[in-house]
Write a protein that binds this ligand. Structure first.
Ligand SMILES: C[S@@+](CC[C@H](N)C(=O)[O-])C[C@H]1O[C@@H](n2cnc3c(N)ncnc32)[C@H](O)[C@@H]1O
Length: 196
């Protein structure tokens, strides 16, 4: 193992790569650890592969497909995953997540790509889920701006945070899922478990 996760994180922070916040990552890892029935994971938004490496390192029976639109990020993720010896269980696909088609069922979906597209990802991958599959959505606070729009003057940020709020409210009402919002972890994490 030449590129330890700590080194990957240090480099990611140095290069301003947006990786999941520590407390959000801790919460997600804890959730997966407490659910041994989770075996197959689909991640939307690989970046440099850090979250995929952390999840796959939890136990040896986890298989992860991870989707990344940016070829340079995907290449770096592939290198990092190879360096930590996880390339037999973590598979990087360089593709827009909304175009990824598979017949595979997943036990957990970690959605961490384009924030304004979360509803679309959910519907796109719904057919790859089963009763009990878990959807985890990061950045549901978007640095506090979702609940405090006065904190930003940026039009495109505000457009996106309005979409996040609409999505968050939708998920809390969507009868197909049991949804809990955890605003205190990371940048706000929404966990939706498919009911039937
Ligand atoms: C927040 S970062 C992911 C961080 C990573 N999950 C971690 O915690 O280590 C979001 C990533 O999603 C990628 N992305 C954005 N839109 C995407 C799309 N439509 N399909 C796939 N990846 C996308 C971005 O290029 C970026 O690398």
């Amino acid at each position: 193992m030449s590129a330890l996760p700590e080194e990957i994180l240090r480099k990611a922070r140095e290069n301003h790569v947006p990786v999941m916040m520590d407390s959000g990552m801790g919460f997600l890892l804890d959730y997966i650890s407490h659910h041994p029935e989770i075996l197959r994971i689909l991640e939307c938004g690989t970046a440099v592969g850090l979250s995929a490496i952390r999840m796959a390192s939890l136990r040896e029976n986890l298989l992860i497909d991870t989707l990344e639109i940016d070829p340079r990020m995907a290449d770096e993720a592939i290198r990092n995953i190879h360096d930590v010896g996880l390339d037999d269980r973590v598979f990087v696909h360089c593709i827009d997540a909304s175009l990824y088609e598979t017949h595979q069922y997943y036990d957990l979906f970690f959605i961490d790509a384009a924030k304004s597209q979360y509803r679309m990802y959910l519907e796109h991958f719904y057919e790859n889920s089963h009763a009990g599959s878990v959807f985890v959505f990061d950045n549901m606070n978007f640095h506090g701006i979702v609940d405090h729009p006065e904190r930003s003057q940026n039009r495109s940020t505000l457009q996106m945070t309005r979409k996040i709020l609409k999505f968050r409210n939708h998920m809390l009402e969507d009868a197909r899922f049991e949804t809990v919002f955890h605003p205190q972890y990371g940048d706000g994490i929404l966990i939706s478990v498919r009911k039937v």
